[in-house]
Design a protein around this ligand. Sequence first.
Ligand SMILES: *Cc1c(COP(=O)(O)O)cnc(C)c1O
Length: 388
Amino acid sequence: MRNKDMLLIPGPTPVIDSIYDAMAQETRSHTDGRFTKVYKKAIEMTREMFQTDGEVFVVSGSGTLAMEMALVNTVAAGEKLLVISQGYFGDRFIKLGEAFGIDVEVLQSEWGKQVTPAEVEAKLATDTFKAVTITHADTSTGVVADLEALVPIIKKHGALIILDGVVATAAIEEDMSKTYGHPDYKIDVILTGSQKAIGVPPGLAIVAFNKTALAAREQIERVPAYYADIYNWIPIMHDPSKYFATPPVNLIYAYHEGMRLVLDEGMEKRYKRHTAYGKAVRAGLAAYGMQALAEESVAASTLSCILYPDGVDDVNFRATMAEKGVILAGALAHLGGKAFRIGHMGNTTAEMLEKAVDLIGETLNEMGHQVDRANARAQFRAQLEIKV
Ligand SMILES: *Cc1c(COP(=O)(O)O)cnc(C)c1O
C-alpha cells in the first residue's frame, strides 16, 4: 500500500497500488493502438457494469460535467425538469437547469430525510415534465433514494429518469436493464465520476444513455454545448482511435484497472459488501453516542453524515484524526461544524474502517469524551458477516 493516509472522505476515495501502477504507464499517443485497445475495453466494461443497450461515455471531466452531459442532451431550453433533491448535490441540478434555460421545479426534502413517493406522485399528477432527476445517494446527507418506489411513479407519467450515481455507481444497485414493475419502466440515464465508489483518481465523467434517452437527444435541434454534446462523442466511443478531444490517457489506464477490479469482484458482491460497511461503521460510531443524520432505513451504504455529540469541536476533531492518518470530511451548508462525513466505499476495506472507528474512539477519549472502544469494535464486527 503506497497510501500514507486513509482517505475516508466521500471522494476521492482510496486508490490502490494496481491502479497507481496502471496510471504510471508510459503516456502514449491517444491514437496508438496499444492505448486505444485499453480505452475500448474500458468503455465495454462500463457498458457491462450498467447493463445498457444504449451508449456509454467515458470522458475527461468531473462528476459535474457528467451531470451537465446528462441534462443538456435530454432536456432542451424551455422544457420542464423536476428535480428530486435530498441535499446539496440534488440542488446542483437546479443550478444546472437554470444555466441552460430549462424550466426547473423542485421537490426538496428536509436534510437527512427522503422525498416521499407520495410527494412525487402528487407533483407529477399536476404537471408534465420532460425529465426527473434523482440523486441516488446525496453526499451531503448520506440519504439514499428509493428507486423501487420512485422509478415506476415517474415512468408511469412518461418522464425520463436521470440518475446521479456519483456516490453510488459500483456500490449500490444500478442496472439499466432492470425493469421496475413494467417492461418499459427503466432508468434512462445514469451519470457518475471516477473518484467515488469506483475508486479511481478524480477526472473522468461517465454517463450512460438508454435508447429512450438517445431518442430524446435526437429531438433536440441544437444542444447548447459543444464538449458536452454526446453526438460529438458517439463516434469516439465506438472507435477510440478517432479524435474529438484528447482523452486523459493515463487516467483511462487507471480506470481500466479500476473497472477490472469492479467486475472481477462482481456487482452483487459489491452491493453486499457496501451494505455491510455502512451498517458496521454506523453501529460502531453509535456505540460512541455518534448518530447518523439519516435513519438507518434510508442511510446510504457508501458514506455517512455523522452528527457530533455535544461539545465535540469539528475542526479540532478532524485535525486530530488527520494527524492519526484518517482524513474525514466536514459537513456542508447548515450542518457545517455540527457533523462530519465518512466515506466507506470503493477500495476501502473492513480493516481500514475498523481502524478508523477505533481511532475516532481514541480521539474522543483524548478530547475528554469517555467512550468504550472495545464495545464499538464489537458493534462494528457484529454487522459484518466476514471476520476482520
Ligand atoms: C461528488 C458528487 C457530485 C459532483 O462530482 P464532482 O466530481 O465533484 O464534479 C455530484 N453528485 C454527487 C452525488 C456527488 O457525490
